[in-house]
Design a protein around this ligand. Structure first.
Ligand SMILES: *Cc1c(COP(=O)(O)O)cnc(C)c1O
Length: 309
């Protein structure tokens, strides 16, 4: 990790260095998102009507201790292209899918050539309007973002990248440089952050993270409650903490810096958004609202037209 120096107990250290607390397994949930249940063919998770998750790479270099796929990564072999064939065929046959999210592992840890082959194959499917990549490379391996990689990716627009930063200290000069290169290649950048105890469960830390992301040309996309991963209980915080953080962002800093706060519901329920309560009262005639600073305002419902005749 270039520029990133972790010391025992600091927010970077906590994300990657195993602790004995991991051995405390409370509920045995590993595949808590039930991705396997929504998997019609190997490497595809098709949970939502018009988009699918495509696991293209089992390899991830981050080894985040809170990751659902923590126990699945580690296989250093890349998936043979032939083994992805049933996935490509599924995407070809399912015309309702218009958005494919390449995930893993980390897709950007594949070779340039493999990334090019996969994107080319996906782009040959006419109904796939949008390609996405989920990658933690800009954070933990920014040197992987080379001019060659950017030149490949920019051939496949519209292509979006959602990256993953959890703490403002992760926006090192090298990471910011890598994000700038991707943005210069015309790739809209988003960020998916996980709410983690002892790392970012603090409104001020989270606000600084969101502001630094925006400055690095990344639009914050989601804050997730930590998944119920076996052995990651010590990272979990309460839902109220997440709501408190969103409340401390909305209105207090750029709206562009405010992501959606979601729980990826166990059992394959998908992402469910949560909002602090801004509605005081809603009737046929008006809504009573509380603004970010706690003041109350009223907005009238439209008046029903009087029907003549
Ligand atoms: C998150 C996710 C998606 C994408 O969801 P968006 O809300 O469109 O970003 C698609 N499939 C699965 C299985 C997911 O977990």
């Amino acid at each position: 990790m270039v520029d990133l120096i972790a010391s025992p107990g600091d927010p970077i250290w906590r994300q990657y260095v195993p602790t004995v607390q991991e051995l405390e397994v409370h509920d045995g949930l590993v595949d808590s998102l039930d991705e396997d249940a929504n998997s019609p063919v190997p490497n595809i998770t098709h949970r939502y009507p018009d988009r699918a998750l495509f696991l293209v790479s089992p390899v991830c270099a981050a080894y985040c201790r809170f990751c659902t796929r923590r126990r699945k990564v580690g296989d250093p072999e890349k998936i043979p292209m032939a083994q992805l064939e049933s996935a490509f065929r599924y995407l070809e046959e399912h015309h309702e899918i218009r958005d494919v999210i390449m995930s893993g592992g980390d897709p950007l840890l594949l070779s340039d050539r493999r990334i090019d082959d996969i994107c080319k194959r996906l782009r040959a499917i006419p109904h796939l309007e949008v390609l996405r990549i989920g990658s933690r490379v800009p954070c933990h391996l920014p040197e992987r973002v080379t001019p060659e990689l950017c030149a490949i990716l920019k051939q496949y627009h519209p292509l979006y990248i959602n990256t993953h930063f959890n703490h403002p200290d992760e926006l090192t000069p090298a990471a910011v440089r890598a994000l700038g290169m991707l943005a210069d290649a015309g790739i809209p950048l988003g960020c998916q952050t996980v709410l983690l105890k002892g790392v970012n469960d603090d409104p001020e830390v989270m606000k600084l993270l969101m502001q630094r992301l925006l400055t690095a040309r990344v639009r914050p996309y989601y804050i997730y409650m930590c998944d119920q991963v076996a052995g990651a209980e010590h990272f979990r915080t309460t839902v109220e903490k997440g709501l408190e953080i969103i409340k401390a962002l909305r209105g207090w800093t750029s709206g562009l810096a405010v992501p959606h706060f979601v729980i990826d519901a166990p059992g394959g329920g998908g992402k469910i958004p949560l909002l602090p309560e801004y509605v005081v009262k809603l009737t046929d005639t008006e809504i009573v609202l509380r603004n970010y600073a706690g003041k109350t305002y009223r907005y009238s419902q439209p008046v029903e037209p009087i029907l003549v005749g």
